[in-house]
Structures are given as C-alpha cells and as structure tokens.
Design a binder for this molecule. Structure first.
Ligand SMILES: [Zn+2]
Length: 476
C-alpha cells in the first residue's frame, strides 16, 4: 500500500516537475499577436481557466479578473503554440531516444506536431493517446501511423500493397488504428493503384497527404481527393504541362530523371502560378519542407557536428546521418551547382504559392534519416528559410499556427489566442513580425494551461541532455 502511494506520489512529482501550478492564471503586460491579422494588442491580458483561454483583451479589463495567479510578461510578444506539420518519429532501435525528445518540442515552443508515418507507427499512436490523456509530456500529436506504399518500398514497415483488395485491407487497419490522416508515398507505388489509394482514402473521409509519382499528374491526384502535397520540390512539375512527360514516362520513352530535367528546363512561372490557383480552388495544401534540401545544398558537416542541438541527440540517432554524408562526398561541382539551382527555384515558389491562396504548412521533415534536420529546432530553421524565400513574418507565423489547424479541422479548438481555445501559448523576447528568427528566443511557453518560465524550459532541456548521455552510456 505504502509502496503504491509512494510511486503514485513520485509519478505526480515527475509529471509536474517542470511546470508551476496550473490553477487559473492571468498573463498580463504582453504584446498579444493576432496571427490571423497581424494586429498587436499592446499590454494585453490573457486569462486561463484550467487548460483553456477564457479571456483575451486590453489591460483595462484586468480588474475584472481577480484571484488568479498573475504572471507578468513584461512587454514580451505572445503568439499561439507552434505546429510542426511534418515530422517522423522513427527507428525501431530509437524508441527511447524519440521518447526523450518529446518534451523538447515544448521547450522549443512547439505544442502540436503532425507525424507523417514511420516504422514506429503503432508506438506513435500510443504516445498520441498518452499525451492526450495527460500521462505523457510532449506536444499534441496528429499521426498518419504507417503509410501506404508499393511492394518492396525502401522505407521499413510501410503498408505495402499490390492490388485494390490489399489497399482496402490496409485502410481497414488504419481505421482500426484511428489514424488522423493517410500518407501515401511513391517509392514503390505508382500509377492506377497510387491514384486509387488517394481516392479510396479520401472516400473514407481521410485527409490524404502524398508524394507525387512520375506517372501521374498533380491535377489528377487533386481530383482524386489529395489534401496536401508533401515537399515543395514537386511544384517544379507545375511550371509546364505535366501530361507529355507523364505519358512518356508511362510509355517508357523517357526515364524519371529525364522527366525531372524536362520539368526543370521548361519551368515557366506564369504556368506554375495558374496551376497553384487551380490547386488552391481544390483545397490542396502544401508542406514545403525546404530544410532537408537546404541542408544538403549548403552542406557543412563540420559546422553541423558542433551544432548546439546535438547534445540532445544520442550517438545512435546521429549515426543515421552518415549514409547521406558518405553519399554527398561523391558530389561533383556540377552536382553541387544543380542542387543550388534546384533549391533556389523551389524556394522561390513560396511567395507565388502563398499569393495563389494555397495553404502553406510549416513542417521540418525532421527524422533520424534526414541528416542535420534536428527535431524541434528544425521548425525554427525552416521558418527562417521561408523568410529568406520571401514570405512575410506574418505569413510564416500563420503557416506554423492557423494553417495547420485549418488543415486538420481544429480551428474551433486550437491555434489562436482567443477565448475557448486550448491554452497553448509561446512568449518571445522580441517581435516575430519584424523577424521570424524571434521564435528562437523564447521567454516562456504555456502548454495546455501549464506555464513554463525560462528556468523551467531550461530544466526540460537539461533533463533531455541527461537522458541522452544515459542512453549513450547504456549502449557503450
Ligand atoms: Zn517526410
């Protein structure tokens, strides 16, 4: 009996170790940013009732909110919790490593993530539910679980299908898993069956996020119910008529890499812009994930090896980076130039995509196999690449808050600082509407109504570092 009591007490202490009391609270003295409009309420107040925001307004209304625990934000800038709309929690040998990273998302102001499937699908579904019921500390998770692929996919533990019957079996399984969306990729799945996968998932009411195979047009996928294009590199195909290239790939007249070269050399901005407008009308969103190609284009292993975030990654985790480092060593100057040209063209599409009205979803594609794309920190880097590409800071904030919520159908509950919304809040030392890099300088975070000041956030980071060292030692 005593033993149970002690362990229950220990559990309580552990789960609340970082946070101060989450009674009703009043944040005051901050500059509150409305991410829908970019308007700032100077010296505003936010009242928190348990896990929810109950009031947002001017300082004058502070007198109506008495008896709350008051927290002075002292002229800092207040935004909603950030969303990373494309991560992979993956690696069967990295379960503990991934688990130890979850609290770091909160320390980096990321209160919601969209996991885009992996070999740890079932584990991630479990963690999603544990976070939701408060037994695991980390960001709220939406997950695709495991993704649809063809037979012999390069990625481990994909749901590989050879025909329509197997497609339906896998979708039944995803129904049982209660996944939040369906992900379809193009390594070993193509043509009719790929198209059917998107259509069947959409027909069951799922959001469908996908890569684009070379033997299908983006438009045909949009008509089949595609919800989002994962990775902006696919947009290069929209700069010319896809049909002739797709037909030639199907007939075998040209290879996929020839098709890619054609798309690149025939790229016309006007043509692409018209295509973006079409996709916007069909409600197709895009998660650009520039950072992955940025890291390989401006490749600097020496600098990356000294990156401060590396202290939170185990040796086993970063050992997964090596395959790409080795492969990059073979790049010729021409390869390097081609990478730069491609990156610049892809990145330059963002303002056009934004103008056309497509929903841009900030996502990092952080994963152990995505070399130098560090979980949690990568979203902040991705946002600076959006800024370099010409999006305004407000557009970038939207891509990392309300756009994710709009896409996931969660606007009634999340992603803005309004009464009735979940109390997921980030407080920054400087104004992110002037420079998006401000998101990297965090004063405090509120997750689900739990307030973490800078000291508490530093403690989360210290614990993560300690856990990393423990895991490294266990494996020696
Ligand atoms: Zn991905």
């Amino acid at each position: 009996m005593t033993k149970i009591l002690i362990s229950a007490l220990f559990f309580l202490i552990m789960t609340n170790a970082y946070a101060q009391d989450s009674h009703d609270q009043l944040l005051f003295g901050g500059n509150i940013i409305d991410v829908k409009t970019g308007n700032i309420t100077q010296n505003g107040i936010i009242a928190i009732d348990d896990e929810q925001i109950s009031f947002v307004g001017p300082a004058a209304s502070k007198k109506d909110h008495v008896g709350l625990r008051e927290i002075d934000l002292n002229g800092k800038y207040v935004i909603p919790g950030l969303w990373d709309m494309h991560i992979h929690i993956e690696g069967k040998d990295l379960i503990e490593d991934n688990k130890a990273l979850l609290p770091l998302y909160i320390a980096y102001g990321i209160t919601t993530v969209r996991d885009m499937a992996s070999d740890l699908g079932e584990q991630v579904l479990k963690w999603r539910d544990e976070v939701a019921d408060g037994t695991l500390f980390g960001p709220q998770i939406f997950t695709a679980g495991r993704k649809l692929e063809g037979i012999g996919s390069v990625w481990p533990d994909d749901l590989e299908i050879a025909n329509e019957q197997e497609l339906f079996q896998m979708l039944d399984m995803l129904d049982d898993y209660k996944v939040d969306l369906v992900k379809v990729t193009d390594n070993a799945l193509a043509g009719e069956l790929f198209l059917k996968s998107v259509k069947a998932s959409s027909d069951r009411g799922y959001l469908v996020s996908a890569h684009i195979p070379y033997d299908l047009t983006i438009n045909s996928l949009a008509d089949a119910g595609l919800s989002s294009i994962e990775h902006a590199s696919f947009t290069i195909r929209l700069g010319s008529d896809e049909r002739p290239n797709v037909d030639q790939v199907i007939s075998g007249a040209i290879s996929k890499s020839q098709a890619q070269a054609n798309y690149f050399s025939n790229f016309d901005q006007q043509h692409a812009n018209a295509a973006y407008e079409e996709l916007a009308k069909k409600n197709v969103a895009i998660s650009p994930t520039l950072i992955g190609s940025n890291k390989l284009t401006y490749f600097n292993p020496e600098l990356e090896s000294k990156h401060p975030f590396r202290q939170y990654l185990t040796k086993l985790f970063t050992s997964k980076y090596q395959w790409r480092i080795d492969r990059m060593a073979g790049d010729t100057p021409a390869d390097k130039q081609r990478k730069k040209d491609t990156y610049q063209l892809v990145a330059s599409q963002l303002p056009h995509i934004q103008k056309a009205g497509m929903l841009i979803l900030a996502g990092s594609d952080s994963a152990p196999v995505n070399t130098f794309v560090y979980p949690a920190f990568a979203l902040h880097e991705e946002m600076t690449y959006f800024q370099d590409a010409g999006l305004t800071p407000l557009e970038i904030l939207q891509s990392a808050t309300i756009n994710g919520a709009k896409f996931m159908g969660q606007m009634d509950r999340l992603a803005t600082l309004e009464a009735g919304k979940n109390a997921d809040i980030v407080v920054l030392n400087s104004n992110p509407l002037e420079n998006i890099k401000a998101t990297q300088d965090i004063f405090a975070v509120m997750n689900n109504g739990e307030y973490f000041n800078r000291r508490a956030l530093d403690e989360i980071m210290a614990q993560a570092k300690k856990r990393t060292m423990e895991l490294d030692q266990q494996r020696q």
